[in-house]
Write a new protein. Structure first.
Lengths: 379, 333
């Protein structure tokens, strides 16, 4: 057991830290509008030019081939520097890895480079109004037509749909097959009249997400990933990519927010309030628990290929800690923090989704119960 | 970076798991807990032969020269077995004397503590009076003395057995004279004692979780194993969360004690607060999972609940440790 970085890891961290310091574009303009998106696209171009965009991707596909620990260090350094996110985050984290794992040579040739350069933005068409946690029950259908498929259905919670060129879309190709078996994974061109994007206004007032209304959109056969009928397995890979390796940088994001909250408590004369102190300490312990659990999980994964039980609870830890943290900020900040343009109010409202997005806490507890503890399924 | 056990550490863990499971079967723990004296001398002798009492003590005083990480491995397993044993009390006394004792004090007491032949016992709290675990049968007591500590040969102290709800250990109220003050700083050794208790509580919690999980798989109500109901399975998932978070913090604090002492005060308080809360919550939730049978004396789970509750109050309660955490993260007063 040695929690210090090896000389190689330290050199890597110093290189990352130095590069970020020299290239940090300043704080994001915020607002969730086109200007913010272009700012993030420019930031990703810069990252790509220096070879940082596809940090986890193999070198042969334009990535850096970094180890899990290096990926984690990279994420931590970005969080530490409060760097903006890259514009094409779904392409980098999900789309690219799926094409690399399941795509044909032609698909790799066609799709990977524009993901890295942020030239083509990707979105994800998985959830539907009637299929949230039970993704495999989705109803959007794909019918063979003219060397490809015609897609019809409705998707929801598609981030970046209005900016996206490609949609990772799962649709039902065989309505007769059992629900997990009749699905196919498509890369759908968003630039066609048969796809309508409508912004979905959320409780923060902004529209981070969209709804997709698809009426016979065309996808050529060469844009099927994996094979027809194999969509569930391919989709699971993307979801696992979404969850892997988030812990350490997520903990750093929380640590930054806790520092701000501590500053607020001092400013408001609440530093000696025993109830506030107890809650701040609980948050600190929760954040460190998340960070250290992520490190344990990384170490186990590096050695045996699979994370230990500590890895399965990271998302639960993160969402509950972020929600508790923003709630305490409202207590400490009082009505000032509840003004509609207050950053704390925004964070409080936005964090309500943390226990829903990317796997609800309820479903995650099912997963922990069934896969880690080996409890029987109710179904 | 490698936040995982080495092969040697893994070996220590599996040896300890096996040995303790064989020696402290549930019926043996119950027999000791219901007797007047919870410690079995012949098992202590075997533990001594394995080198456990001196695992983290320096080799030149007869110890194994290993670290707090190795000590914590033993104590987590000892908690898992709910072993009635003076191991933790002896290790804590040894840690204080090794860190803060004079050369003479170290030469006088450490060899006996390391070999297990002449045990030490250390004060675990000063409220309402100095309370020492495992005082009977030990040779020397380590007691608080202002900011520092003093050594008192057990024969020169007055001991009164304290009947706490945890009968798997012996606790004593102590009255003693001036004793022999240790000259050095004891803060790091006291923090190491907190880490030791935290690790033991992680083991207690893990065992209570394992017991509850296997029961939830077997026990059927309304025609199904109760573990299939989400009201039960989600509680068990949260128990795993408690155990794993506490474990990460306890291992980290142990590593800080060995390799990064400047981080130990915060790490020790975080670990002690989290592990105490986890063990309290998990043992409580285990009883809830067992239902009525869990409330009977006949079932073993209450011994775990009681150990958890008492350990949570030793060397600072969760609330006290969170107050210290608040100080250390910038809410200093």
């Amino acid at each position: 057991m040695d929690l210090t970085l090896t000389p190689e890891e330290q050199a890597f961290r110093d290189e990352v830290r130095g590069w970020i310091a020299d290239n940090h574009p300043g704080p994001s303009p915020g607002g969730g509008d086109q200007a913010q998106f272009e700012f993030e696209r420019e930031w990703q171009r810069k990252m790509h030019a220096a070879g940082w965009a596809g940090i986890s991707w193999p070198k042969e596909y334009g990535g850096r081939g970094a180890t899990l620990i290096e990926q984690s260090i990279f994420g931590e350094e970005l969080a530490r520097a409060r760097a903006p996110r890259p514009a094409n985050v779904l392409g980098l984290v999900m789309g690219g890895p799926v094409v690399i794992a399941h795509g044909t040579e032609e698909q790799k040739e066609r799709f990977l480079e524009p993901i890295l350069s942020a030239e083509e933005i990707w979105c994800q068409g998985f959830s539907e109004p009637e299929s949230g946690s039970d993704l495999a029950s989705l109803k959007t259908k794909a019918v063979p037509d003219d060397g490809g498929f015609r897609i019809t259905g409705q998707k929801v919670w598609t981030t970046f749909a209005h900016e996206a060129k490609w949609c990772m879309l799962v649709a039902r190709t065989d309505p007769e097959a059992p629900k997990h078996k009749g699905l196919t994974y498509f890369l759908m061109d968003m630039e066609q009249d048969e796809v309508e994007v409508r912004p979905l206004r959320q409780i923060t007032g902004e529209a981070e997400f969209n709804e997709l209304f698809i009426e016979g959109a065309y996808v050529p056969e060469e844009n099927v990933v994996g094979a027809v009928g194999n969509g569930w397995m391919v989709a699971i890979t993307t979801l696992m990519n979404e969850r892997a390796g988030l812990g350490a940088s997520a903990a750093l994001g929380l640590a930054n927010a806790l520092d701000e909250l501590i500053g607020l408590a001092q400013e408001r004369g609440r530093a000696a309030d025993p109830l506030i102190r107890d809650k701040v300490a609980r948050l600190k312990i929760g954040i460190e628990g998340l960070r250290l659990g992520a490190m344990r999980s990384l170490s186990a994964t590096m050695k045996v290929g699979t994370p230990g039980p500590e890895g399965s609870i990271a998302k639960l830890q993160w969402s509950s800690t972020n929600q508790a943290l923003t709630e305490l900020a409202l207590e400490v900040g009082g009505l000032d923090a509840l003004e509609s343009d207050s950053l704390w109010a925004y964070r409080f409202l936005r964090s309500r989704a943390n226990s829903i997005e990317g796997g609800t806490s309820d479903v995650l507890r099912n997963i922990v119960a069934e896969r880690v503890l080996g409890l029987p399924k109710l179904r | 970076m490698d936040f995982d056990f080495s092969d040697e550490q893994r070996e220590i863990k599996s040896t300890a798991r096996e040995f303790l499971a064989a020696r402290f079967k549930p019926e043996k723990v119950r027999e000791l807990a219901e007797s007047d004296s919870p410690y079995d001398d012949s098992i202590w002798k075997e533990m001594s032969e394995l080198g456990w009492p001196g695992i983290a003590l320096p080799e030149d005083h007869g110890g194994q020269g290993l670290g707090v990480v190795e000590l914590v491995i033993l104590l987590e397993e000892s908690g898992y077995a709910l072993a009635p044993s003076p191991l933790i009390s002896n290790a804590y006394a040894g840690a204080v004397i090794a860190a803060a004792g004079s050369d003479e004090q170290r030469a006088r007491w450490l060899p006996g503590i390391a070999s297990g032949g002449e045990r030490g016992a250390a004060e675990l709290t000063t409220q309402p009076a100095p309370i020492v675990g495992a005082a009977a049968g030990s040779a020397v007591l380590v007691l608080a003395d202002g900011e520092g500590a003093k050594l008192v040969p057990t024969g020169e102290a007055e001991l009164e057995r304290l009947e706490l709800i945890d009968s798997t250990r012996a606790y004593f109220k102590v009255s003693a004279g001036a004793g022999d003050p240790v000259p050095g700083e004891i803060a790091a050794a006291v923090d190491t004692g907190k880490v030791a208790l935290a690790a033991e509580s992680v083991g207690v919690a893990q065992r209570a979780l394992d017991m509850a999980v296997s029961y939830a798989k077997e026990r059927e109500q309304f025609g199904r194993p109760i573990g299939a109901y989400q009201a039960v399975s989600h509680r068990l998932a949260d128990m795993l969360w408690d155990v794993e978070e506490a474990r990460s913090l306890a291992y980290y604090a142990a590593w800080c004690a060995d390799a990064q002492p400047e981080s130990l005060p915060l790490a020790a308080s975080m670990a002690k607060a989290r592990a105490s809360d986890a063990a309290n919550a998990v043992t409580h939730d285990a009883i809830q999972t067992f239902g009525g049978i869990g409330f009977t004396w006949e079932h073993d789970v209450h011994f775990f609940l009681k150990r958890a509750r008492v350990s949570a109050q030793l060397l600072g309660s969760p609330v006290q440790h969170r107050d210290r955490v608040a100080d250390l993260v910038g809410l200093g007063t």
